[in-house]
Design a binder for this molecule. Structure first.
Ligand code: ASP
Ligand code: MG
Length: 433
């Protein structure tokens, strides 16, 4: 059994969807699970939609209409006018609208999970109907019935025992009737049947959970890039493909912001030694293979730039140490407000951490922290992480630039800089890559 994950870019328009057919054709004799993301940038569009409904903003209808036209334009190209998919999509939008109208009365995280996952529901419905129409029978499932989570909305944790049971029994039964099962990434459900989501960009992780529970022989994440590169090709002219790297190295790269794969994806795969391929649908011959093998790790230095970072510096109000108890209390708040921490440093009186920006909840966390602590913060920062470059050429490069925080370990160098402050260093960095 193989698990394939298709991200938003691979289903962004009618042509992209059509171009998935040869991939299915090639694997017709194998049992396949497709895990699909929302089309194109639809998750962002759904997030905006939810905001507008919660504020009862006059633009809400306009935003909903744009999302509707996006999907209806695609099905207009893929199906005849009288195909039942039109009605099914309309039905989905009716359900969504009812939930949006409720949303202002609910907590943000809860209403998010009841609405934003419609991107995935719509894309899986369209893809499944299209593949059926083209003659390949498939079964579509709502992932919230299989991927069982706790009720930490917007960042739900997997209930492994229940998820394993549901997937290995019920989903496996589906293969008696068809060789291709289509489901959604990103969404799960509580045991009570309420929809949850597992965090932005979480579809890779969903696919790894399905692969784990089904004992798949491999997981392939289909992308618009030819694998994991050692730097962002939009910034680095000489970026190279890392052809064969270990789970361990990939987790590190993903954690620091290599956006090609979600960092949580690796754990369920490593636990069952399932190889992961990151492959380009434009040129399927090229891929990165990720498995236990670590022979080639570190041969090529990697450069990861993560934008939209915020640096918090937290000190106690009474000149006492930030001890383990205080650290626990502080970190708990960062977890509650969904701040993804990338770097931590502490001294006797200061605790500093770098997280992804989370503008919606910044005010809230500041309010909470400021009851006990003095909090300073800097926004619009970038985190540059360099792996396996065992000289100080990058440090030297920034000697005349304000580095807000710097950390070096045996294999990793990290620099927190003002956004854009290395634009003029890019040329030199490019020569190091
Ligand atoms: N559609 C969701 C997102 O964009 C999940 C994913 O694509 O992995 O965050
Ligand atoms: Mg996406």
């Amino acid at each position: 059994m193989l698990v394939y994950k298709f991200g938003g870019a691979s289903v962004k328009d009618a042509d992209s969807i059509r171009s998935l057919l040869p991939i299915i054709e090639k694997q017709k004799s194998e049992k396949l699970v497709f895990v699909i993301s929302a089309m194109g940038k639809m998750t962002n569009a759904f997030e905006i939609l939810l905001e507008l409904y919660r504020k009862d903003d006059s633009d809400k209808q306009n935003q909903l209409n744009q999302i509707k036209s996006f999907h209806f334009n695609i099905i207009g190209e893929l199906f005849e006018n009288d195909h039942s998919v039109h009605e099914e999509i309309n039905h989905c939008f009716d359900q969504l609208e009812a939930k949006l109208l409720q949303s202002a009365k609910e907590s943000y995280d809860f209403s998010y999970d009841q609405t934003v996952g419609y991107g995935e529901l719509l894309s899986s419905l369209i893809l499944s109907e299209f593949i059926n129409n083209c003659g390949t029978k498939n079964c579509r499932f709502d992932a919230s019935e299989f991927l069982i989570t706790n009720d930490k909305y917007r960042d739900a944790g997997v209930d492994w025992t229940r998820t394993k049971e549901k997937i290995s029994v019920k989903l496996a039964e589906a293969f008696v009737n068809c060789n291709l099962v289509i489901t959604q990434g990103f969404i799960g459900g509580t045991i009570e049947g309420l929809r949850t989501t597992i965090g932005r960009e979480g579809s890779d992780y969903s696919a790894a959970i399905f692969a784990h529970c089904l004992n798949a022989s491999e997981l392939t994440v289909w992308k618009d890039v030819p694998g994991i590169l050692n730097a962002d090709p939009k910034l680095f002219a000489n970026a190279k493909i890392l052809k064969h790297i270990s789970y361990h190295e990939t987790i590190e790269l993903a954690f620091y912001g290599a956006s090609v794969i979600h960092p949580r994806t690796l754990q369920p795969l490593k636990a069952k030694q399932i190889p992961l391929y990151i492959r380009s649908y434009a040129d399927p011959k090229i891929a990165s293979l990720i498995d236990e093998n670590s022979k080639s790790d570190g041969e090529i230095p990697s450069f990861i730039i993560k934008e939209n970072q915020i640096l918090f510096t937290i000190a106690s109000r009474d000149f006492t140490f930030i001890d383990a108890e205080k650290l626990t209390q502080i970190l708990k708040l960062f977890s509650i407000y969904h701040f993804h921490i990338r770097l931590i440093q502490n001294s006797a009186l200061n605790f500093s951490l770098i997280t992804d920006e989370n503008p919606l909840q910044l005010e809230e966390i500041l309010k909470q922290l400021q009851t006990d602590y003095i909090v300073k913060y800097n926004r619009n920062l970038s985190l540059l992480t360099v792996r396996h470059l065992l000289n100080d050429s990058v440090s030297k490069l920034f000697s005349d630039t304000e580095v807000l925080l710097e950390m070096h370990s045996r294999l990793t160098q990290q620099f927190v800089l003002h956004s854009g402050s290395f634009n003029d260093k890019m040329l030199t960095l490019n020569t190091i890559v």
